[in-house]
Design a protein. Structure first.
Length: 113
């Protein structure tokens, strides 16, 4: 995908960032806040089930490609059709690194926590 055509970016993906705030009693609380909604390509790559701490867990690995966005961090998460994806890495395009970004993601293990 050397040049991302707009027709390929046909899925709406929400970018969220975790923030910590203090309530009126000074107790810290964490929450996910919306950063942006972008057009992207979401491609499932594999699915697997495994046992963790005595419970069956499922992890779906996918690749999400979107136009380059400054400020995107691995600590953020992506939401597509209500499914939460953890960012496993950020892979810029080979040409300039500023055209598009490919993001390997996993869902179902810790829901972005």
């Amino acid at each position: 995908m050397s040049n991302v055509a707009s027709g390929i970016l046909r899925h709406r993906v929400l970018i969220q960032q975790q923030v910590t705030t203090k309530d009126s009693d000074g107790v810290e609380q964490t929450a996910w806040v919306d950063v942006a909604t972008v057009w992207a390509s979401v491609e499932p790559l594999s699915a697997r089930e495994f046992i963790q701490s005595g419970q069956t867990q499922s992890a779906v690995t996918a690749r999400i490609t979107m136009r380059y966005r400054d400020g995107l961090l691995p600590s953020m998460r992506l939401v597509h059709r209500g499914e939460i994806f953890n960012i496993a890495g950020l892979l810029p395009d080979k040409a300039s690194g500023l055209e598009y970004i490919t993001i390997p993601v996993a869902a179902g293990v810790n829901d972005g926590q």
